[in-house]
Design a protein around this ligand. Structure first.
Ligand SMILES: Cc1cc2nc3c(=O)[nH]c(=O)nc-3n(C[C@H](O)[C@H](O)[C@H](O)COP(=O)(O)OP(=O)(O)OC[C@H]3O[C@@H](n4cnc5c(N)ncnc54)[C@H](O)[C@@H]3O)c2cc1C
Length: 565
């Protein structure tokens, strides 16, 4: 095919609709604009059925609660491989210092919360006892649904005085076994605390309760001309309190940064029921220690987040999204560097996936379509830019892609022409986690690494595991965050022994972090020393003991048990 100028094929789309960028049903079947690398044929098929409605798996269904949603998830048969990572499997004994629930406790909770918010029903309990991957499973006999901060405070005061262990639960989408009990901890769900309290439209500051679902907040804000500063594939189920407690990163981290920068204030209930009012709304406030940061990313081990004050950026009207194919990882890496230089502040997402990850999504996610049907490439990159001047933003991206294609960094590419095509591209990236869970038993590693080293671990892991496992790599390349996923037929301790501690040692040697954004939870509580010095871990343990002397808050998680006895 004759070489054509990339700009002939490019088209942006204006994101002025009130709907969020992803998960919007298609209105038309227009093909994405394509770009063709010099000497390479166009690879986009002619089929107009390329764009199918995105998966609704995470969308909140009508007025269902989070608990109902979890039941919907688990009632579908995916052949998911379940393994109980509790008790013997993780070599942790139930702490003898914790009491067992008795009828007086239940009576107290019912008198305070009302019968319907004290859940003992087996079906609802079994949904809340198991995590999203169906890998971690507890045996709690009680799920509590407080409706306000005062009720959370009374619950914790009672549990603390009775030495009853608890686990705070948000949307239960966590990927490290932090959101479910290990033994019989009481589950405290924030699902009923889902009120938006205020939006300061002058300063873009939202105050809401911790149980608000991320996607609902984004929909509310979109109508007011703002967006949430974070976006993740689990947006339809995860709660802002869970996001804060895991310090979630996600797809827009490259643009809007960490929650440590965006959270302006928190209300937190401590283990003894004390309510800490830190619900500030100021950008600058240097009065003493900024304690809210202790709770951001502490995974429910220091307190329960009940209210959140968060900075929300203005919603910009022009969004462009390109799905690009690259021949090798070095090209992806160079593309990132060039994109940062040339597109600068306009980049709002820079994601990558290898061809095995792409194949996995295509095989397991309904409606996922590869826009490059006739060729396969080794790597794929998603670049999203967002700005306020449609023609300028589009021209800037076009010029960048043209130069990158001529320079050989991009082998092929497609530009979304409307919001439906953008949804289709995002569906590939956002479907990745679910596809790996459907594909078999998955070992998930969420590593922070220098970008130039980021893919080496994938290449080292493949020959190490041979035919026994499928090793895929994808993630937030713009933030140096690799999701290394290893999929096997079933969970197997021999395979695990070939992966760990190798993966942690490798990461530590390269001065990376063993948890970029998912947290430590139960999975990595005793692995923290791979990323933090002994003195630092010791100080963390002292803080935990100070704030939660009886250790009732999310026990067995985040820190090694041995340091808390
Ligand atoms: C498909 C998919 C995609 C994902 N993509 C990303 C991604 O891009 N980036 C990312 O960072 N994560 C991602 N995750 C992981 C997960 O969605 C995040 O960790 C999310 O922030 C968890 O929120 P949640 O409400 O579901 O919390 P849960 O899973 O319920 O809980 C997570 C932890 O926080 C604690 N917790 C929850 N609520 C509170 C509260 N109010 N107060 C105190 N502690 C609390 C729990 O005890 C637990 O330790 C993804 C998960 C899935 C399934």
């Amino acid at each position: 095919m004759a070489r054509r100028r990339a700009s002939q094929f490019l088209a942006g789309y204006c994101c002025s609709q009130s709907h969020s960028l992803v998960r919007r049903p298609p209105l038309c079947s227009q093909e994405p604009a394509s770009i063709s690398a010099p000497g390479l044929p166009h690879t986009h098929g002619k089929a107009t059925s390329m764009f199918k409605p995105p998966s609704k798996l995470y969308r909140k269904l009508n007025s269902q609660t989070s608990c109902d949603i979890m039941q919907v998830h688990y009632s579908r048969t995916y052949g998911i491989h379940q393994r109980s990572f509790t008790s013997a499997a993780i070599n942790i004994q139930r702490s003898p210092s914790f009491s067992k629930l008795n009828s007086d406790d239940i009576g107290y909770f019912k008198s305070m919360l009302g019968d319907k918010n004290v859940v003992q029903d087996e079906d609802r309990l079994s949904a809340a006892n198991v995590d999203w991957m169906r890998k971690y499973k507890g045996s709690s006999q009680l799920l509590l649904l407080p409706r306000n901060t005062e009720e959370v405070s009374k619950i914790l005061h009672h549990c603390n005085s009775r030495h009853l262990a608890i686990v705070p639960q948000g949307g239960n989408t966590g990927l490290v076994g932090g959101s479910v009990p290990v033994y019989d901890e009481v589950i405290i769900s924030l699902a009923s605390m889902d009120q938006i309290i205020s939006l300061d439209k002058v300063n873009g500051i939202l105050i809401c309760e911790a149980g608000c679902i991320l996607e609902n907040l984004n929909s509310f804000l979109a109508n007011e001309g703002f967006i949430m500063p974070l976006d993740l594939g689990a947006k339809g189920s995860c709660q802002i309190g869970g996001n804060v407690s895991t310090n979630a990163g996600g797809l827009h981290f490259i643009r809007y940064g960490s929650l440590h920068g965006n959270i302006l204030g928190l209300e937190v209930v401590l283990a003894d029921g004390t309510v800490l009012d830190m619900l500030g709304t100021l950008r600058k406030d240097n009065t003493g220690y900024d304690l809210k940061h202790l709770f951001i990313g502490s995974e429910g081990s220091l307190g329960i987040v009940t209210k959140v004050s968060i900075l929300t950026p203005p919603k910009l009207l022009s969004t462009n999204l390109a799905l690009l194919a690259c021949k090798d990882f070095l090209s992806c890496q160079k593309l990132l560097l060039e994109a940062k230089r040339e597109l600068g502040e306009a980049i709002s997402a820079f994601e990558f996936m290898d061809s095995d990850a792409m194949d996995m999504v295509l095989a397991h996610m309904d409606g996922a379509r590869n826009p490059f049907p006739s060729s396969s490439y080794n790597f794929y990159v998603l670049i999203e830019t967002t700005g306020s001047d449609e023609s300028y933003d589009k021209a800037k991206l076009e010029a960048f892609l043209l130069r990158s294609m001529e320079g050989g960094l991009i082998s092929d590419g497609a530009i979304a022409q409307d919001i439906n095509q953008a949804s289709s591209f995002w569906q590939i990236r956002e479907g990745m986690s679910e596809a790996t869970v459907k594909a078999g038993a998955v070992y998930k590693y969420d590593l922070s690494l220098p970008v130039e080293k980021l893919y080496d671990i994938v290449e080292e892991m493949r020959p190490r595991l041979g035919e026994k496992a499928k090793v895929v790599g994808y993630g937030h390349l713009g933030d140096g965050n690799l999701h290394l996923n290893i999929i096997t037929k079933q969970y197997d301790n021999n395979i695990l022994a070939q992966i760990e501690p190798f993966v942690y040692e490798w990461t530590s040697t390269h001065r990376g972090s063993i948890s970029a954004e998912h947290g430590l939870g139960l999975m990595k509580a005793d692995k923290i020393h791979y990323s933090k010095s002994p003195e630092t871990v010791q100080l963390m343990a002292s803080i935990k003991k100070l704030l939660d002397p009886s250790g009732i808050l999310n026990p067995y998680k985040v820190l090694p048990q041995s340091m808390l006895q």
